[in-house]
Ligand binder design. Structure first.
Ligand code: FAD
Length: 458
């Protein structure tokens, strides 16, 4: 639907989270004339990209009462996407002329954090953020507005002691935009017999460095970018590393080229109380550790929608185009739910859409039409045999999705070079998992991107 010419409304909006999604949401909301408060439980912006060596006390992340460590980054992590593709549309992620910065095309995690901090500074986002303030409850109030309860923790320390003060706040907002990220709550593989298996289990959320695995026999489950990185890193110190993947044939058993202690197997069949693990290919391994690199769950412990929005087998719904729950539209929205995507630009498009809808510049279809759209999307997934948990995996269709949102907003869509660069990086990553971050062939597309960046960097 094209933007309308009706007078715009200014709303009081709470944004939950100051990661990449919350930062761009705050910028777009303010650009559209809304008053914005961003709640951030940490003490700096950047979300996932704020690396910490700390891990959670429950290595599998099953205890709902455990103290939460938000970031899942490991120390050696370099991006799995080229920086040109990763950046926001109007704030390119280019190399900075500063020796302390990482100039590589696939930089280390610190460079991404510094980029997000540059973004926050450039657009004055930090002044909207309440740090060390966790949103503990979001619910619809009697007036039909949103009640946001938050908890601010202030720490004091002197030579002798550390103290903290906790203050609770209860406020009313017209709208809430949820940007709390979805790489913190581990998903675990189900393994028959695991309860009597005597070894150690953990999730990659709590992996930081390879050293604890020296001389150990490690089984790693998964085949995502993180799994590909971690298994190779662990293999530099471990006695043996065995990767179990559900995306290979049952008979698979191959040694990874270039390694004498790294094997690829089909999925685990069962684990036994004598410490052995049996794979579907029939191999038996006596292992010390099983590391689940099996992804994460959507998790909104603070959100009370009286059952209107639920998470079922990692499907968050019902959501119109992964953003708006029809019955609560437009006063509740979610930024950053899709996965297998280029996150920052997608967040930017979604944020423009939410800001424009809240101000009344952009009209959504009726509740009934949105529900029909969601139901036909679910039917399409079912007919194609796509499991529920893949509802928000949009992969290749992300560019079409972004352009569709851009058309709703009446703004420019995805640049011509972004999709071919993303595709080239994906192919390169698959073909050269060891070296894709330092060797590539899409030089012409890189040039095209930099020609585009001139508009925003000069
Ligand atoms: P987050 O960055 O997780 O931010 C959410 C914020 O919300 C956090 O600051 C958190 O403290 C805050 N928060 C949560 N709950 C509350 C609450 N109740 N109250 C207040 N604050 C709260 N993307 C790429 O583009 N390139 C890559 O190479 C890449 N590699 C990745 C590698 C790993 C291991 C992981 C886990 C992710 C990677 N990503 C990558 C994806 C990355 O998650 C996104 O780039 C992006 O940072 C997600 O931003 P977000 O704002 O949605 O969530």
């Amino acid at each position: 639907m094209p933007p309308t010419t009706i007078p715009v409304k200014s709303r009081h909006v709470a944004v939950v989270g100051a990661g990449a999604a919350g930062l761009v949401a705050a910028r777009e909301l303010r650009r559209d004339g809304h008053s914005v408060v961003v709640f951030e439980s940490g003490n700096e912006v950047g979300g996932t990209w704020v690396y910490t060596p700390h891990v959670e006390p429950d290595p599998l992340g099953l205890d709902p009462k455990r103290p939460i460590v938000h970031s899942s980054l490991y120390s050696s992590l370099r991006t799995n996407l080229p920086r040109e593709v990763m950046g926001f549309m109007d704030f390119p992620f280019v190399t900075r002329p500063d020796e302390s910065r990482d100039p590589r095309r696939f930089p280390g995690h610190r460079e991404v954090l510094l980029y997000l901090k540059d973004f926050a500074r450039e657009f004055g986002v930090e002044e909207m953020v309440r740090f060390d303030t966790e949103v503990v409850k979001v619910r619809i109030s009697e007036s039909g507005k949103w009640n946001v309860q938050s908890k601010k923790t202030t720490c004091f320390s002197n030579e002798n002691e550390h103290k903290s003060k906790v203050e609770f706040d209860d406020e009313i907002y017209d709208a809430v935009v949820v940007c709390n990220g979805h790489y913190t709550e581990p998903r675990i593989a189900e393994i028959p017999g695991i309860n009597s298996w005597p070894g150690k289990q953990m999730h990659s959320h709590n992996y930081r460095t390879p050293e604890p695995f020296r001389d150990q026999v490690v089984i790693l489950i998964g085949s995502s970018s993180s799994a590909v990185d971690i298994c190779r890193e662990v293999a530099t110190v471990a006695k043996e590393v065995h990767v179990a993947s559900r995306s290979v044939a049952d008979e698979t058993y191959t040694k990874q080229p270039g390694y004498d202690n790294l094997w690829l197997h089909s999925m685990i069949d069962n684990a036994r109380d004598d410490g052995t693990v049996v794979f579907r290919n029939g191999k038996l391994v006596l292992a010390d550790v099983i590391m689940h690199c099996t992804g994460y769950k959507y998790h909104f412990p603070f959100l009370d929608t009286k059952g209107i929005v639920t998470v079922d087998d990692n499907r968050l719904g019902p959501l119109y185009k992964h953003v708006f729950p029809p019955a609560l539209t437009p006063y509740l929205s979610f930024i950053g739910i899709p996965w297998k995507i280029v996150p920052f630009p997608l967040f930017e498009f979604q944020s423009k859409w939410v800001a424009g809808v809240l101000s009344g510049r952009i009209t959504l279809p009726s509740q009934k039409e949105m529900m029909e759209d969601i139901n036909s999307f679910y039917s399409m997934l079912e007919a194609a045999g796509i499991p529920k948990r893949y509802t928000h995996c949009i992969g290749e269709s992300q560019f079409e999705y972004n352009n569709w949102i851009a058309a709703q907003c009446g703004c420019q869509g995805v640049e011509k070079w972004r999709k071919p660069m993303y595709s080239a990086a994906s192919v390169n990553r698959r073909l050269r998992p060891e070296t894709y971050r330092d060797e590539w062939e899409d030089h012409d597309v890189v040039l095209e991107a930099y020609e585009d960046f001139v508009e925003h960097t000069s």
